[in-house]
Design a protein. Structure first.
Length: 133
């Protein structure tokens, strides 16, 4: 595991949240992307060596939509950059962590991703991500 790649923040209104984070961070987002597999639109801001990802759900029954209806907008997950996501999935499963997808899938910002269930990580949703070549 290399570093915190990004912090994911669930939002209800991507445009309003973008304006807020532009003022907060002092820079504009560098990328907006639809991620159909997750049912979200994402917006990324650079923050030093890490990033902030804003996520807006395409529907109320998607993962982010359900999260917001249950807990409201706010911090959703921490993403950790890894060199070999398949190795990390295997290692973490053997260590007893609950992996939400055994096979890495395409995520935003040219990454392969996998999530770890919060029940096995002390209540924190963890995303593993590896840069695609």
């Amino acid at each position: 595991m290399n570093k915190i790649e990004h912090l994911g923040i669930a939002v209800e209104d991507l445009k309003a949240s973008s304006k807020l984070f532009e003022m907060l961070l002092g820079n504009a987002p560098y990328k907006e992307e639809n991620v159909e597999s997750e049912g979200v639109t994402t917006l990324f801001f650079n923050l030093g060596e890490s990033k902030i990802e804003l996520l807006q759900s395409h529907s109320s029954d998607g993962p982010i939509g359900k999260f917001i209806s249950k807990r409201g907008p706010g911090f959703h997950h921490v993403a950790i950059a890894v060199n070999d996501i398949e190795f990390e999935i295997k290692r973490l499963k053997e260590a007893g962590f609950e992996v939400l997808n055994d096979i890495p899938k395409q995520g935003a910002d040219n990454k392969l991703i996998c999530f770890l269930h919060p029940k096995s990580t002390g209540g924190l949703l963890v995303e593993l991500c590896q840069e695609r070549n």
